[in-house]
Design a protein around this ligand. Structure first.
Ligand SMILES: Nc1ncnc2c1ncn2[C@@H]1O[C@H](COP(=O)(O)OP(=O)(O)OP(=O)(O)O)[C@@H](O)[C@H]1O
Ligand SMILES: C[C@@](O)(CCO)CC(=O)[O-]
Ligand SMILES: [Mg+2]
Length: 424
């Protein structure tokens, strides 16, 4: 709990990005989807200050705002504000013009007003700085990782996060608030991205139902290709909605087929016996349905020439790819079947790089939201710094740009204070 004299110690919250294997867009209409976490995360560092002000620094999108605590909203449980109506709550003088910063500021103001309302009256203020290893707006759930990290940080500050005997935090509460944050950004998100960022792992998701963890015996190896073509998740989701409004029976048929793809894929992964021959057969079937799912998404109008280029390059080497996330640019996903020679994957990566695309090789699954309050033997800022240095070393060449930006921004953390990011 935050105390009046702000004698709490800094802490770090992190949450992963996600990759959708099957079911994007259809999941918005209550159909099944399959997704898992990726090993790129957003990190929020929270430090105390003594002047009743809240500083939010989001260097990845060039945002650094200092709020006077008294000007931020306090939303009681009776003040029902829909996330889409939050602009009216932003303190005067704060610029919320179009751009990535607009959504981030609106989300912060909404979550601050809702989560901290009435619970931090004695708190003297805090700094929150979020850095992410995820490309922003590329289909890997950067908004969900941001929302989960921000929600968990504010819940922790407000004293609402209960930990059980094993030290695990209340993920359900974090996920609920992160979903509200996603609504500020998208209007009608399905909730799949924030669920993966909260719980991690590899799961089947249906809106409004508890996620089902898929216990495939084999690690699912994928190549993610960022086409670097910017896209808007909100606009793409709205485009599919308008197509469905014009042709409800036709589009519902497509959404139902995508549902069948996701449910049969879930059954396939669940049936994985761990036997190598079975795995090869399973991967062949997964490759088939990757092609079919992409075809249907393309029919929904959410592919892009750059994504088709990724498909052609990978298909020439026998690998199946589909768009992942909202489409319209952003990222493609390629299954790397077990037994694919490393030099084939290297060659594909080189060909994709020639097109100006960026590749990440990863295994689907991994931990969800995590809060680090204490580290033995060093400050939390030093720990974060060395963790990021280590990740930089472990990451393939193609990620280096992302990490260079990352490490440069985090230099301020190792100095021990977020306030040193830029002079106020
Ligand atoms: N590191 C970050 N710092 C601050 N805000 C961020 C950060 N990463 C993401 N965001 C917020 O999320 C928005 C991007 O979300 P968007 O949903 O369009 O893309 P995505 O989540 O990367 O892709 P998808 O939803 O298709 O998986 C940014 O405009 C910004 O508001
Ligand atoms: C396109 C979509 O299905 C996935 C975005 O990652 C939207 C959503 O589920 O909210
Ligand atoms: Mg998003």
């Amino acid at each position: 709990m935050v105390s009046a004299n702000n004698d709490w110690t800094p802490f770090v919250v992190s949450a992963p990005g996600k990759v959708i294997l099957f079911g994007e867009h259809a999941v918005v209409y209550g159909k099944a989807a399959i997704a898992g976490s990726v090993d790129m995360r957003a990190y929020a560092l929270v430090t105390p200050r003594n002047d009743n002000r809240a500083r939010m620094a989001f260097p990845d999108i060039d945002i650094d705002v200092l709020f006077d605590g008294d000007t931020l909203p306090r939303l009681g449980s009776n003040d029902l504000v829909h996330p889409s109506e939050v602009e009216a709550l932003v303190p005067e003088g704060i610029n919320v013009s179009e751009g990535p910063g607009r959504i981030a500021i609106l989300t912060f103001v909404y979550l601050y007003g809702s989560i901290l309302a009435g619970r931090n009256e004695g708190a003297a203020g805090f700094n929150i700085c979020v850095r992410s290893l995820l490309p922003v707006g590329a289909g890997l759930g950067s908004s969900a990782a941001f929302n989960v990290a921000l929600s968990a940080a504010l819940l922790q500050l407000s004293g609402q996060l209960q930990t059980d005997g094993s030290g695990a935090v209340d993920r359900k509460l974090i996920n609920q608030w992160a979903f509200q944050g996603e609504q500020v950004a998208h209007g009608t998100p399905s909730g799949i991205d924030n669920s993966v960022a909260t719980y991690g792992g590899f799961l089947k998701y249906v809106k409004g139902e508890a996620s089902v963890s898929l216990n495939s015996r084999h690690a699912l190896r994928v190549l993610i290709t960022n086409t670097n073509v910017p896209k808007s998740t909100k606009a793409l989701v709205a485009g599919v909605r308008s197509l469905r409004d014009r042709h409800p029976a036709v589009i519902d048929g497509i959404l139902d087929t995508i549902h069948s793809i996701a449910t049969s894929a879930a059954a396939l992964f669940q049936s994985d016996s761990g036997d190598a021959t079975d795995m090869a057969a399973l991967e062949l079937q997964v490759q088939d349905i990757i092609q079919i799912n992409h075809g249907l998404l393309s029919t929904l109008g959410v592919s892009h020439a750059s994504l088709e280029r990724v498909r052609a390059i990978t298909a020439a080497r026998g690998l199946a790819s589909k768009l992942t996330g909202a489409g319209g640019g952003g990222c493609a996903l390629t299954l790397i079947p077990h037994g694919t020679p490393d030099d084939s994957v290297d060659a594909v990566e080189r060909e994709l790089a020639v097109e100006g695309f960026q590749c990440y090789r990863t295994v689907v699954g991994g931990g969800g939201v995590a809060i680090t309050r204490e580290v033995r033997g060093c400050s939390i800022e030093m720990w974060l710094r060395s963790l990021l240095d280590q990740q930089q070393q472990n990451t393939s060449q193609s990620c280096s740009d992302v990490f260079d930006i990352e490490i440069a921004g985090f230099a301020a953390f190792s100095a021990g204070s977020i306030a040193e990011l830029k002079p106020e």
